[in-house]
Design a protein around this ligand. Sequence first.
Ligand code: FUB
Length: 352
Amino acid sequence: MVSYFYERRIICICKHKIFFRKEKLIMRRPNERKPLVTHMYTADPSAHVFDGKIYIYPSHDIELDVPDDDDGDQYMMEDYHVLSMDDLDSPCVDNGVAIYYKDIPWVKQQMWAPDCIHVNGKYYLIFPAKDKEDKFRIGVAESDSPVGPFKPQENFIEGSYSIDPAVLVDDDGRIYCYNGGLWGGQLEMWQSGSFNPDEPRPEGNVPALGPLFAEFKQDMTGFIEAPKAIQILDEDGEPIKACDEDRRYFEDPWVYKYNGKYYFSYSTGTTHYLCYAEGDKPEGPFTYKGRIMEPVLGWTTHHSILEINGEWYIFYHDCELSKGVTHERCVKYTKLNISEDGTIETIHPYDD
Ligand code: FUB
């Protein structure tokens, strides 16, 4: 069921006549822009349709009484729960623990934003976590079911580093991994090719750091080649600069295809926008196109985009449920309006 709201604002009353601003019709589904589950904190939703049903792969935020810091030490997640919905209007079901960090041999802590794909008749959960040396790595775990339990590979994917994997299975079956995050996500620390926690962050007019791109082997046991940086270009074809915090990549990559083009969307972190860029190839370069969503309540902003029955939706999180506690977030969804040429209408998440 869809709710209809009519906006009919009086703009002036003169000579006994009332003038209204043009009517605007807003349609919202009952679950739209509301926390999908309220019994636990969830964040970083990667949503997919598998066999006609919606599955959401979120981080599972835990309540911790610690101060926020730039390294993200307040995000101490220990497991993943898969959420599912029969359709957009159905209740959202928590399918329990899908994998626990102590059952993953290489993981020390911090199970951050995951994704999941369905290939080879299996479901593969792809997730970042800190290894025993406190370096963020990407791991893979598999299951016969979209809700797990997932069996982890012994080690992280060789050559992987940083956070936030988003995985695209392209129309030809090739499997691409996009990932990376600044600050606590450690992307800057690998600029020299090896891990250096003291590496300075790029600043000013130098090109911003790009997110990472790598192709998975078909059996999901590793990357075919070492990850490479993706370029995000401005309207003049120049790399977006580090000081351009309204547009430069920070974390939270996602890629979807629309009318044959690749769309790379991401969070700008410090300025809290979700933005998008367009390209002709899965590895980019991508040209900046605009803003998808204005800031939500909370510091982080994280999303996924998918088509459901011919309409486009964005899954995202905010901190409404905890009344603003940065590391106690809740996942939501809302409709995304994309025009024929790929332009996205910017969402104002609290406009109702
Ligand atoms: O959930 C931990 C981190 O917060 C994610 O990896 C980032 O994208 C941000 O949402």
